[in-house]
Design a protein around this ligand. Structure first.
Ligand code: BV8
Length: 249
């Protein structure tokens, strides 16, 4: 079963933690996943950060450390190849914060939940800045811009936590791609890879794409709860499935 791409097909891809699993990055909800060992409320919500910023920084510092040791896998590279051939008719939206798509060479890329390697301030509106520092127990970095104004501000990972709004520009860019695809003459395909389809607004993209006329494809190790939202399901590890999935005609 191949996803056929011709000269005016548009393709919107959504990836989740499963696409990084073969690089050695733990997923969230599989056995021994991140959420099994870390209560979401304590490490991935603003309330959790307020309660114990040191715990949150330890959780993300460990993920930063791990992400520095891993490399993109054939699934990431397959998506770069497709982007190279399709140009602006391709957009990759990832829920992942590990930076592996960017390291593989993806450019038409939206990191909708932010990035492990960016930091911002919990208290002021400073721009997120590149940061790969790791913080041990009790080491919570302070915001120098807040300090310069005599205020106490704590730095935080520039990652979207549960209960936090996504960047409106991110959502607009995705909506614009879907709208352009709806108006265009050619075929429109939506492909979700390596995601359990549980977290919104990411999990709602398949419905938005289908409402715009997309044919919905899923490439996943197992059938997730929202498998019924897809017309096609290519089951298997994305590092094997993606390099064989696309057929250019
Ligand atoms: C929002 C950052 C508006 C953390 C993440 C009640 C109150 C408040 C909010 C809500 C609510 N009810 C619903 C919501 C909305 C909430 C939500 O969706 N909750 C869910 C859990 C019900 N969403 C939000 O809060 C979002 N904001 O809606 O704002 C709002 C505000 C207030 C109130 C209402 C609305 C913000 C969501 C972003 C949260 N942050 N990440 C971090 O990463 O450190 S989400 C987190 O889950 C990760 O980013 C992750 O990417 C994402 C989704 O997980 P998956 O990527 O799918 O990973 P998972 O492990 O689940 O699945 C892996 C899959 O891969 C599996 O299917 C597996 O079979 C497969 N697989 C494994 N190996 C392979 C493979 N596939 C292929 N190959 C392999 N080798």
């Amino acid at each position: 079963m191949r996803l056929t791409i011709d000269s005016d097909t548009r393709l919107l891809v959504l990836t989740g933690a499963g696409v990084s699993a073969e690089s050695g990055v733990p997923t969230f909800r599989d056995a021994n996943g991140l959420w099994e060992n870390h209560p979401i409320e304590q490490v991935a919500t603003p309330e959790g950060f307020r309660a114990d910023p040191g715990l949150v920084w330890r959780f993300y510092s460990e993920r930063r450390r791990k992400a520095k040791t891993v490399h993109p896998n054939p699934g990431h590279h397959a998506l770069v190849d497709v982007e190279t051939r399709m140009g602006d008719r391709f957009l990759l939206v990832t829920q992942n914060v590990d930076g592996l798509h960017r390291r593989a060479g993806s450019e038409r890329l939206v990191e909708m939940h932010g990035s492990l390697f960016e930091t911002r301030c919990f208290h002021c509106e400073r721009e997120p800045f590149a940061d790969d520092s790791e913080h041990g127990p009790g080491d919570v970095p302070a915001c120098d811009l807040c300090a310069a104004k005599g205020r106490r501000g704590l730095l935080r990972p520039a990652i979207v936590w549960f209960g936090e709004m996504l960047d409106p520009f991110v959502m607009q860019r995705i909506a614009r791609f879907i709208e352009d695809a709806r108006r265009a003459a050619g075929r429109f395909a939506f492909l979700a890879v390596g995601t359990s389809g549980l977290v919104y607004p990411a999990a709602g993209l398949v419905r938005e794409a289908r409402a715009a006329g997309a044919e919905a494809w899923l490439a996943n190790l197992e059938a997730p709860d929202n498998r019924g939202a897809f017309q096609h399901f290519a089951q298997g590890p994305s590092g094997k499935v993606l390099p064989e999935l696309f057929e250019f005609v």
